[in-house]
Design a protein around this ligand. Structure first.
Ligand code: COA
Ligand code: AMP
Length: 637
């Protein structure tokens, strides 16, 4: 059924992309700069694997920087660094950033990094991080950025999985309540990993000085001395541009691979068609470069499109207050901004009337985008009411690299529906299937899947692990990519994303695996069994909540054990896990076949009615859980 207000251009574009994806993407590919144009647009001869733009050669950094200098944008700001935590604002033009990236690429080459080598980047939100990423792709090296809130152990897992030749880091990151020294974490990670990088390049910040290891560690500034800049290297379309690890259903992260050419083409297309920005506009994604949003919309897409991008080292609140976002928007004349609903909830909590907004000139600001977690209607309506601009929810994942569903502002004038992140973006074929793999009627919840082949930009595989790629995403519903999200489509094709079908939770817009946390808890010497669920949280959307069953004979204080497991998760996974609460219970609720009833535990924590599971082995345990949770303040509302 067609919406009365449906934009014909959107429908026509959607239909064209569905009917002939090759022609659609061949046209989009004309907008990017090739070293050798592709000879074949789509190769899906070997499903579920898809290859785009075969035969082409291209360079990511050239498309992000050099091409704009060549086309006359050299004096335009490419990157504005705005850091309330260091009281710094710096702007780099396209020419300046190109020069810095070429110089750093030269440093990489001088230290033995070349085409195809992996480089881990473990850095805070500073310009050198962007320079490091672009320096890698300039020479055809594959970067893997690791979010600063992860602990040494998580960093070590990534070092072992992608075997980097080099690690690039900084002496510290800055959180509002503390300086996070990265170097001790990096040293510990290299100590525990089996693979050892040849070198580490460390950017020293004045707030902390990293102790260097002779022979292995190089100072960022010193390393530049006497080194010639390096030019852009032509890489094949399918060569990986980067690997980004994301939570899977176990403690072993998945190395999502991004192919070079399809990434450039898809992201370039998204800027006008989804975000409705033009070259020269100022675009701001308030995320972190450690996440996919940071990769795609702080660094790559805005630069591919010749925009000015903002790198913001601060928080929505507390740096210094809940006006921080409005200050940045007004001061830098931001046209489009992108953040997570959690950030908006944090602002709303501190400034419920939106009074702080009144002092700023927001006349350049046209659209607020949100993603990363489900946006509850209250938050969306509140921010829309205060900003008085469209607030567009859109849905995507690390795996896809850009939106699966959105209101494509550049081509779609259909009113959006609160509660839905929109309709399938052209070239995405979203369907909802039941457990047997049959499509369900409109309005009925099922597994949200994407019909193959996936559009450009989405993951071609997992790093060094085609089998896990197939098992995780392609095996359950042959012919479809399983998003891992559950939800429904309405009669007009608007998708409603309700929950995950696996054990991934979304904490403050950060994707985490409860399975990974359970692996840590299970290592505590007094813990016999455990479970972690995501409990609803008014600020962060969800927070992890642990359930511990102690070994027989343990007489130690439960409070001490909980404090220890909280510390263990912080130590093993990192502060970003935000694991702060656990309860001790006599046994876990299970079905008679031994399956832990995590869904029921979650409902008790959230104060939601639940049907008594028919196959539960011991119903009395649910009452015990209710009492234990009440003692620590659950349900919260
Ligand atoms: N390096 C080191 N530690 C980090 C970190 C980083 N880059 N990022 C977060 N942390 C730490 C925090 O300091 C905090 O530690 P603490 O337990 O000692 O306080 C912990 O990880 C949890 O951080 P966070 O989830 O950010 O919670 P918070 O209470 O510090 O802040 C918000 C709450 C709402 C301000 C914050 O979560 C936020 O800005 N959310 C928006 C998220 C976002 O933009 N996500 C991007 C996806 S699109
Ligand atoms: P990440 O890979 O970290 O980007 O997390 C992706 C997951 O976040 C998705 O699979 C969803 O579960 C959730 N998510 C992201 N955007 C949205 C959205 N707009 N609405 C609902 N859930 C979302």
């Amino acid at each position: 059924m067609t919406d009365h207000n449906a934009s014909t251009s959107f429908d026509a574009i959607h239909a064209a992309a569905a009917a002939d994806p090759e022609a659609f993407w061949a046209e989009a590919a004309k907008d990017v700069s090739w070293m050798t144009p592709p000879t074949r647009v789509l190769n899906h001869d070997n499903p579920p694997f898809t290859r785009w733009f075969e035969g082409g050669t291209i360079n990511t950094a050239y498309n992000a920087l050099d091409r704009h200098v060549a086309e006359g944008r050299g004096d335009q700001a490419a990157l504005i660094y705005d850091s309330p935590v260091t009281n710094t604002k710096t702007s780099y033009t396209y020419s300046e950033l190109t020069e810095k990236v070429a110089a750093f690429a030269g440093v990489l080459v001088a230290n033995g990094v070349g085409y195809g080598d992996r480089v881990i980047i473990y850095m805070p939100m500073i310009p050198e991080t962007v320079i490091a990423m672009l320096g890698c792709v300039r020479i055809g090296a594959v970067h893997s950025v690791v979010f600063g809130g992860f602990a040494a152990n998580e960093l070590a897992k990534r070092i072992d999985d992608c075997s980097p030749k080099m690690v690039i880091s900084a002496s510290c990151g800055i959180e509002p309540n503390r300086i996070v020294e990265y170097k001790p974490l990096l040293d510990e990670a290299i100590e525990i990993s089996s693979h050892k990088p040849d070198h580490c390049i460390i950017f020293q910040r004045e707030m902390a000085t990293a102790t260097m290891i002779e022979g292995r560690d190089l100072d960022w500034r010193d390393a530049h001395e006497g080194v010639a800049p390096a030019d852009c290297v032509a890489v094949d379309s399918s060569d990986p541009c980067y690997i980004l690890y994301t939570s899977g259903t176990t403690g072993v992260p998945k190395g999502v691979v991004r192919s070079t050419a399809s990434h450039i083409v898809a992201l370039k297309w998204s800027m006008k068609n989804i975000y409705d920005v033009d070259p020269g506009d100022v675009y701001w994604a308030a995320s972190d470069v450690g996440w996919v949003v940071g990769h795609s919309y702080i660094v790559y897409a805005p630069l591919f499109h010749g925009c000015t991008t903002i790198l913001y080292e601060g928080k929505p609140v507390g740096t210094p207050d809940a006006a921080a976002f409005w200050r940045v928007i007004s001061e830098h004349k931001v046209k489009v901004m992108f953040t997570a609903p959690t950030a908006i909830r944090a602002i709303k909590r501190e400034d419920p009337e939106g009074k702080l907004l009144e002092q700023f000139d927001m006349s350049h600001f046209k659209t607020q985008f949100v993603a990363g977690e489900r946006c509850d209607p209250d938050t969306l309506k509140w921010i829309e009411d205060k900003l008085k601009v469209p607030v567009i929810d859109h849905w995507w994942q690390t795996e896809t690299g850009w939106s699966i569903a959105a209101t494509c502002l550049g081509i779609d004038k259909t009113p959006y529906r609160i509660g839905s992140p929109g309709r399938a973006v052209p070239s995405w074929n979203i369907q909802v299937l039941d457990t047997a793999g049959h499509p369900v009627p409109a309005g009925e919840i099922g597994s949200i899947v994407v019909k193959l082949p996936m559009p450009p930009g989405s993951l071609p595989t997992l790093w060094n692990n085609d089998d896990r790629f197939v098992d995780s995403y392609m095996a359950e519903f042959p012919g479809y990519y399983k998003t891992g999200d559950a939800g429904y489509l309405d009669e007009d094709g608007f998708v409603y994303v309700m929950a995950r079908t696996d054990d991934i939770i979304n904490v403050a817009g950060h994707r985490l695996s409860t399975g990974g946390m359970e692996e840590v808890l299970a290592n505590h010497p007094d813990v016999a069994e455990c479970a972690v669920v995501g409990a609803a949280d008014q600020l962060k959307g969800q927070v992890p909540l642990g359930f511990l069953v102690l070994k027989n004979g343990v007489t130690r204080s439960g409070e001490d054990i909980v404090a220890e497991v909280v510390q263990m998760v912080r130590q093993e996974i990192g502060p970003v896990a935000a694991f702060k609460q656990a309860v001790i219970i006599q046994r876990l609720p299970k079905t008679r076949s031994g399956k832990i009833l995590r869904g029921t535990m979650q409902k008790i924590a959230d104060g939601v009615d639940y049907p008594m599971p028919a196959t539960i082995d011991d119903p009395a345990i649910l009452e015990e859980i209710t009492i234990a949770l009440a003692a620590i303040g659950y349900p919260k509302s």
